[in-house]
Design a protein around this ligand. Structure first.
Ligand SMILES: Nc1ncnc2c1ncn2[C@@H]1O[C@H](COP(=O)(O)OP(=O)(O)OP(=O)(O)O)[C@@H](O)[C@H]1O
Length: 776
């Protein structure tokens, strides 16, 4: 799309941008004044998390131990690099400081910042005799300002005369992990280097990549070789830690042993699918600290509950979730751990609630960040649902959660999309699970984010060494299965009931619903009155759910779900969803009763073929048949409907020929509304159909709740019976059609959705809106 700017306007914008950059550079230069020899002084504290496990030394190279710095000490702030370069010579050693000898001209200046990053081979005297290059420390970028990260670049100080320097005199390379057992050395040609490589028993030359690789057990031997003129970046400390067994030739665990789950409720243990059991085993092998990154709908909730239950002795448990699914979590705990007493779950609804009141405390990300006083208390076991919500360290939610996670003994992160666009987004999640791996973002950024120094600071938006990162994550942080990996274990459809948050309903709406429910318990004089009352209750429910529905849809989008169907019945709900998508600039298609049939096909095509994020917003009664929308494998029902046939047909817009995945179906259910009666009614009807072999799908087996509605309460039972009578009793087609039309008419009218199937509907003049009484 054209920006609409003239060339002159664009030129002036660019000029202004350049001026702003120059001003910023000046400001930064002034800010760093006094730090002679440094373009920027911002070396910050190095975490003491790691103490430098490799303190070996030979004549030429000394391994690096972690440099401990006091962030408040000005001496230390500008110290390590210069000390390093200017004062130390071979065989001098400073306890707890970095010592790298015979530094080449262009070396990685993060040598003093990263554990175990050292010159691998001796540097030639031609290199070492040259003046040490002061290293340029960048201004702290936006991201670093938050992270308090040290910043370094690989460039000589501005103004230093580089004439005569021959960086090419040094052969440089790096070690990179290429599998669980092997690493490669990515290095320029040098006969000497090849000579060393050929001494390694496990050497292998890959003629495709033209690189040499070795077993990890050869790593220490190789790294101790002393060569002139060569500088190699070693494997990161995190890799050394994670693959210590392979490096030290002790047996590394390849098979994850079956954990003894006898302390966990047998209901959940027996229900675990084989791949879910593997997830639980992996978690226990990792001492309860991991990221479960399975695809959506593979049962991360179930696995997390099982893992947390294994550590039940260490509860109270904290579960942090998006606001829209807090109540679904509470339901899931009771469903899967039936031995829990009814009061054991504490869902936090306001910032004033007690975060530790329950055995299981469930809080939204946003409320957590508002409960800072209560966060002094630590939890030993924490589950973070949709942990990618923590990807940005700058957010209040992340700042609130990180200390809790670092203090906890067990940390179970769940996310189907841990990083949506770049490796930098993984940093906080890795730090939450394994704080010792990358105590500072900088080391992670340099290795995996292709960090680049820009005029405005550091750019961490890139990616590098991704194979190594993947292997590292899979070894000790993350378990991830795609639907396609475990398709044979999955049902074709996975249904989930999502209990949406009641506090999104206004007090007025709640009062209206309560009054309508109360009326229903008193009985009516005629069937017509009963039907009217039910339909009014149904439409009030639609209004009451709007905010929760929108919140849920936005959470799905934030979680990276880019193609899904949302069904609703009432026009006000469809309108509200579409308005929100427009506000967020999310592409969508809408098919309702007013969509001419000629347009439907092209809308479906757009949905099927577009690679953009597209949500299909569909009318339950006007778009539940005849459409193929199999590009989505997620269907969300914003509203329920009394006829399960309509729901199943709607589900089958995604679950049909062309679908290669298992389809996830989310039913949004609001307590205190007509859903209390519609949901169990739907469950029962489907069960009956299933028993008669008329439906392959049984809601109760796959959905969260089988006892959602307490039928023991006599008032509720009266209303439930009323629903049953009205909606289930042998209605002929005319009755059903009349009900549908009345349901539309009694509230905000979705013009023409009723009575039509595949959209043979005139959109020109919607039928006159009739009063509800006119239908019966
Ligand atoms: N082993 C199982 N037995 C019965 N139902 C299961 C099992 N595993 C998962 N389910 C059901 O499948 C549905 C999806 O599971 P769940 O919500 O845990 O997936 P998820 O990976 O957390 O999905 P999301 O990414 O949407 O949060 C739920 O209704 C859940 O109860």
């Amino acid at each position: 799309m054209s920006s609409g700017l003239t060339e002159e306007q664009k030129r002036r914008i660019e000029e202004n941008r350049q001026l702003a950059l120059a001003r910023r550079a000046e400001r930064l230069a002034a800010h760093r004044g006094g730090h002679v020899g440094f373009a920027g002084p911002q070396v910050k504290e190095q975490s003491p998390g790691h103490q430098g496990s490799w303190k070996e030394e030979n004549n030429h190279v000394r391994f690096i131990s972690q440099h401990k710095q006091n962030p408040n000490s000005p001496v230390e702030q500008n110290s390590c690099l210069q000390k390093d370069y200017n004062h130390y010579t071979a065989n001098q050693q400073m306890p707890n400081t970095v010592t790298v000898l015979n530094r080449p001209l262009f070396t990685y200046c993060h040598i003093c910042l990263l554990p175990l990053l050292y010159s691998l081979w001796k540097i030639p005297s031609t290199c070492s005799s040259r003046p040490s290059l002061p290293l340029v420390l960048s201004p702290v970028s936006e991201m670093e300002a938050v992270n308090q990260l040290p910043s370094v670049i690989l460039a000589p100080l501005e103004g230093v005369n580089a004439v005569g320097l021959k960086p090419s005199a040094c052969v440089k390379g790096k070690c990179v992990l290429i599998s669980r057992l092997r690493f490669e050395v990515d290095i320029g040609y040098s006969a000497e280097v090849i000579g060393v490589f050929k001494q390694m028993g496990s050497r292998n030359y890959d003629s495709n990549t033209k690189k040499w690789n070795f077993l990890l057990e050869d790593y220490p031997r190789l790294i101790l070789q002393s060569l002139v003129s060569v500088e190699v970046e070693p494997l990161p400390e995190a890799v050394i830690q994670a693959f210590a067994a392979q490096i030290q030739r002790t047996t590394s665990q390849t098979d994850v042993p079956d954990a003894d789950l006898s302390v966990v409720d047998s209901k959940i243990v027996k229900s675990l699918m084989p791949f879910q059991r593997e997830g639980v085993n992996f978690a226990i092998l990792r001492n309860g600290r991991l990221l479960i990154a399975d695809d959506m709908g593979l049962g991360k909730t179930l696995q997390a509950i099982c893992i947390a239950a294994y550590y039940q002795k260490e509860w109270p448990l904290l579960v942090v979730t998006p606001s829209s699914v807090r109540f679904t979590w509470a339901e899931a705990f009771h469903r899967w751990l039936p031995s829990l007493s009814p009061g054991s779950t504490n869902v936090i609804v306001t910032g004033k609630d007690n975060l530790t009141a329950g055995l299981i405390n469930i809080v939204s990300f946003d409320l957590l960040s508002k409960m800072d006083k209560q966060l002094q208390r630590t939890f030993q076991v924490v589950i973070i649902d949709e942990s990618h919500f923590l990807k940005n360290i700058k957010t209040a939610r992340c700042r609130a959660a990180m200390p809790l996670l670092k203090a906890a003994r067990r940390v179970i992160l769940l996310s189907g999309t841990p990083a949506m666009s770049r490796p930098a987004e993984l940093y906080t999640q890795i730090a939450a699970v394994q704080p010792a791996f990358f105590p500072q973002f900088q080391s992670f950024g340099l290795r995996y984010c292709d960090a680049k120094k820009m005029p405005w600071g550091w750019d961490y938006s890139g990616s590098s060494n991704l194979t190594e990162l993947k292997i590292l994550l899979e070894e000790s942080i993350m378990i991830r299965r795609l639907k396609s990996d475990v398709l044979s274990q999955l049902p074709a459809k996975q249904r989930k009931m999502v209990v949406v948050a009641p506090e999104k309903m206004s007090a007025k709406t709640k009062a209206v619903l309560a009054a309508e429910a109360k009326m229903m318990t008193k009985g009516y004089k005629s069937k017509q009155q009963e039907k009217e009352a039910l339909l009014i209750f149904y439409s009030s429910t639609a209004e009451a759910k709007i905010h929760s529905v929108i919140e849920y849809v936005l959470d799905l989008l934030e979680s990276g779900n880019n193609k899904f169907l949302v069904f609703a019945h009432h026009k006000i709900v469809l309108d509200a969803i579409v308005a929100e998508l427009e506000k967020k600039h999310v592409e969508y298609i809408r098919i309702d009763g007013s969509t001419p049939s000629a347009e439907r096909q092209s809308l479906c095509q757009k949905f099927q073929l577009s690679e953009e994020q597209v949500v299909a917003v569909l009318s339950l009664t006007a778009a539940n048949m005849g459409l193929t929308l199999s590009a989505a494998d997620l269907v969300v029902f914003a509203e329920l409907f009394w006829n399960p046939g309509v729901l199943i047909q709607a589900e089958d817009r995604a679950h049909r020929i062309g679908q290669t995945s298992s389809v996830n179906i989310h039913y949004l259910v609001a307590k205190g509304t007509a859903d209390d009666y519609l949901w169990p009614m739907i469950e029962e009807k489907i069960k009956v159909l299933g028993e008669a072999g008329l439906s392959e799908t049984d809601f109760s087996r796959t959905a969260e709740s089988t006892n959602y509605f307490p039928k023991a309460d006599p008032k509720q039972k009266t209303i439930y019976d009323l629903f049953q009578r009205t909606f289930s009793e042998s209605q002929d087609d005319t009755d059903e059609a009349l009900l549908l039309e009345a349901a539309d008419a009694c509230c905000k009218f979705d013009s023409g959705s009723a009575l039509q199937d595949t959209g043979e509907m005139c959109s020109v003049s919607p039928p006159r809106k009739r009063r509800i009484e006119e239908f019966f």
